[in-house]
Design a binder for this molecule. Structure first.
Ligand code: CAO
Length: 427
């Protein structure tokens, strides 16, 4: 008996997606959960597994096809074979795994269910892909082959459409820039001449994050403004809130307070919730408030955007944060959750440190880097008091934001954070 394996729903907002690789061929034996194809969007690479064991009798898709949920991917002859389980090592599975490893764009384990599609290679701080680039499937494929993120390419076709020549031009420029800016200056050193070394290849997330960070650092004139907020009352209020929570509820940390305060500020200072259009150099102010949150995962940084933060209360935000950070660490964030951010918060507060200089999450224009709050002596009306102080840093794009505006922003942030009830009341 033959069964068609259908493409599962990939999550809100994802309609068509490109097939970047077919991992099996007709006649291959597969077990439940074996990946059969790899899909690729601008933001993520996803393995799609089979939900049936057996022999592949038909493949409906090929590399470069655009497919949508519900469409058949492969047909499996379920009676034709006693297909082995994933744990048993059969040649076909090994081959598939080997292929995947070679690609360096896949997860270590297959995913459990077909409907739990996991992004395995999110572009972490790559919120620039939120400017979805119009391009034909052929051009997308060409870009993919060269490892070019379409979001970085300026389209010269009609209505800004990206054409093949744009990709070639982009690659030429990047190569030239790399040669002069980086490669020529960096000596290649054989470290093994002084002792044992180990060479580890960076996973895709770290490579993409690195590229994005480098691009942001090299193209945006960053300025970082440091400040400290007195969150003594906020912390007391937060602890009281926590006490009233049931065990089932996600704990309210400082982060949701910061998200609410930041959104209030983005409303008051719209230039901070904007992007520069690289074609016209116009400032595009966004009227929605999606806060990217940097999440530390074993594979590197992942930055999902919590959507419409202005419409959510502290409990809802805590719930979403707990959920998305758990899923980010389990590689279960969906591609559409990684796009659409308008401002990013990177919090190292639960770990350690006093100040760091966050790199702007391109194409946003500012980012808040939060360090660990601690009690310290503060002079208030000539008296020394113990206050709970939160050190933070605001990095901003000086092409868009002036120092005075940034100082007003942080001053106002301090005011808001000193008034936790006001934050809690912001709907
Ligand atoms: N000061 C003092 N304590 C803080 C704090 C701060 N700024 N921020 C968080 N904490 C406390 C929390 O309140 C919580 O304490 P309680 O148990 O008493 O409530 C504890 O630290 C643990 O917090 P958490 O990590 O579970 O939750 P969070 O909301 O603060 O952070 C997340 C969530 C996902 C942002 C975090 O887990 C994380 O991944 N941080 C790292 C981000 C990162 O790597 N950024 C760097 C990017 S540049 O390379």
């Amino acid at each position: 008996m033959t069964k068609d394996i259908l493409l599962p729903d990939l999550g809100e907002g994802i309609d068509l997606v490109d097939v970047s690789e077919v991992l099996i061929k007709v006649g291959d034996k597969v077990a439940v959960d074996d990946p059969v194809i790899v899909l690729e969007s601008d933001k993520a690479t996803m393995e799609i597994p089979t939900t049936e064991s057996g022999i592949i009798s038909k493949i409906y898709v090929k590399d470069g096809d655009q497919i949508k949920a519900g469409q058949p991917i492969v047909a499996v002859d379920v009676k034709a074979s006693e297909a082995p389980k994933k744990s048993s090592s059969v040649p076909e599975t090994q081959k598939t795994e080997q292929k995947i490893t070679e690609k360096k764009a896949v997860a270590e384990k297959p995913i459990a269910k077909q409907d739990q599609v996991k992004p395995v290679a999110e572009t972490t701080a790559d919120s620039s892909s939120q400017i979805l680039a119009p391009a034909s499937p052929g051009v997308r494929r060409f870009a993919r082959e060269l490892g070019v993120a379409l979001s970085l390419v300026l389209g010269s076709g009609p209505k800004g459409r990206i054409i093949k020549e744009d990709i070639q031009e982009y690659v030429k420029k990047r190569l030239a820039a790399k040669t002069t800016a980086v490669s020529q200056q960096l000596p290649i050193v054989d470290f093994s001449q002084w002792g044992a070394v180990e060479t580890v290849s960076l996973n895709r997330i770290r490579r993409i994050t690195g590229e994005r960070m480098q691009l942001s650092w090299q193209t945006i004139p960053h300025v970082t403004q440091f400040d400290k907020a007195d969150i003594t009352e906020l912390e007391a209020y937060r602890k009281a809130l926590k006490k009233g929570q049931s065990a089932k509820q996600a704990k309210v940390t400082i982060l949701p307070f910061l998200m609410k305060a930041v959104v209030q500020l983005l409303i008051e200072f719209p230039d901070f919730n904007a992007s520069l259009d690289p074609r016209s150099n116009d400032l595009v102010r966004k009227k929605y408030y999606n806060i990217g949150v940097a999440i530390d995962t074993p594979r590197g940084l992942v930055v999902p955007a919590i959507k419409n933060v202005d419409k959510k209360d502290l409990f809802k935000l805590s719930e979403e944060l707990a959920d998305v950070s758990a899923r980010a660490r389990e590689k279960k964030v969906k591609p559409d959750e990684l796009v659409g951010g308008t401002f990013t918060i990177s919090s190292l507060g639960s770990i350690s440190g006093t100040y760091f200089t966050p790199i702007i999450n391109l194409p946003e224009v500012a980012i808040l880097g939060v360090s660990r709050a601690a009690k310290e002596p503060v002079v208030i009306k000539d008296k020394v008091e113990s206050r709970f102080m939160l050190p933070y840093a605001l990095s901003y794009d000086h092409r868009v934001i002036d120092g005075a505006a940034a100082a007003r922003f942080t001053k106002r942030l301090n005011e808001l954070l000193a008034d936790s009830k006001q934050i809690a009341g912001i709907k």
